[in-house]
Design a binder for this molecule. Structure first.
Ligand SMILES: N[C@@H](CCC(=O)N[C@@H](CS)C(=O)NCC(=O)O)C(=O)O
Length: 205
C-alpha cells in the first residue's frame, strides 16, 4: 500500500489531498517537524533530504509534491486528476506545479517561516516578493475557476496550501487577490479536502 509521510499543515498537504482525491488505498504517517522527526536516521533513510512529503510506493520512494501529484494522477487516470494523455496540457500542469515548487513556496516560506523570523525591512522585502509571485497566479496562471480551467486537478490542492498560509498571515487581501480567495474557498469545500484537513487536525482557513 502507498505510504505518505506528511507534516500537518505543511506542503505535504498537497500530496495528502491528492491521495484522498484519487481514492487509492494509502497510509498517512505523521512526521513532527517541531520534534525533529524529519532528521532521524529512520526518516533520512526514506528521504535523505530530510523534508516531507515522501511517498513510499511498491517500486521505491517518490519525493517532491510536483512529482507525487503527477504519479498519483497517472496511476489513477480514470479519476481525471490531471490532463494525462494530452502532452501539451500535461506540460502546462507540470509547469504550474513547478512554479509553485520553485518560485512561490520558497518566497512564502522565507517571508513567513524563516528561523529566526524576519523583522522590519527584511520581512517587508520578503513579503513583497511573495505577493508578487501570488500576483502572477492571480493575473495569469490561474485559468479559472480551477488552475487548469473548468476541471479540478491536483494542482488545485497544491495551490491551496500556499493560499492557506497566505490567508492565515493576512496576506491574501480579498480585493487584490479576488480570484485566489474564491479558489481557496472552492477548494476547501471539497469533501476530500475536508477529510484531509480533519485528519491533519487543521481548520478551514
Ligand atoms: N519542493 C519540496 C519542498 C519540501 C519541503 O521543503 N518541505 C518542508 C515542509 S513545507 C519541510 O519538510 N521542511 C523541513 C525542513 O526544511 O527542515 C516539495 O514540494 O516536496
Amino acid at each position: 500500500m502507498l505510504k505518505l509521510y506528511y507534516s500537518p499543515g505543511a506542503c505535504a498537504l498537497a500530496s495528502h489531498v491528492a491521495l484522498e482525491e484519487s481514492g487509492a488505498p494509502y497510509e498517512a504517517v505523521r512526521i513532527d517537524l517541531g520534534k525533529g522527526e524529519h532528521k532521524t536516521p529512520a526518516y533520512l533513510a526514506i528521504n535523505p533530504a530530510g523534508v516531507t512529503p515522501a511517498l513510499e510506493t511498491e517500486r521505491g520512494v517518490i519525493t517532491q509534491n510536483a512529482a507525487i501529484l503527477g504519479f498519483i494522477a497517472q496511476t489513477r487516470p480514470q479519476q481525471n486528476l490531471a490532463p494525462v494523455g494530452d502532452p501539451y496540457r500535461m506540460a502546462r500542469f507540470n509547469a504550474f506545479n513547478g512554479y509553485l515548487a520553485s518560485s512561490l513556496h520558497p518566497a512564502i516560506g522565507k517571508a513567513l517561516f524563516s528561523r529566526p523570523a524576519l523583522e522590519g525591512e527584511a520581512r517587508a522585502d520578503a513579503v513583497e516578493v511573495a505577493l508578487t509571485r501570488l500576483q502572477l497566479i492571480e493575473d495569469s496562471l490561474l485559468e479559472g475557476p480551477w488552475v487548469m480551467g473548468d476541471a479540478y486537478t491536483l494542482a488545485d490542492g497544491y495551490l491551496m496550501v500556499f493560499e492557506r498560509w497566505a490567508r492565515a498571515a493576512d496576506l491574501l487581501d480579498s480585493a487584490r487577490f479576488a480570484r485566489l480567495n474564491g479558489h481557496l474557498d472552492r477548494t476547501q469545500e471539497r469533501a476530500a479536502v475536508q477529510r484531509v484537513l480533519a485528519a491533519e487536525g487543521l481548520e478551514v482557513a
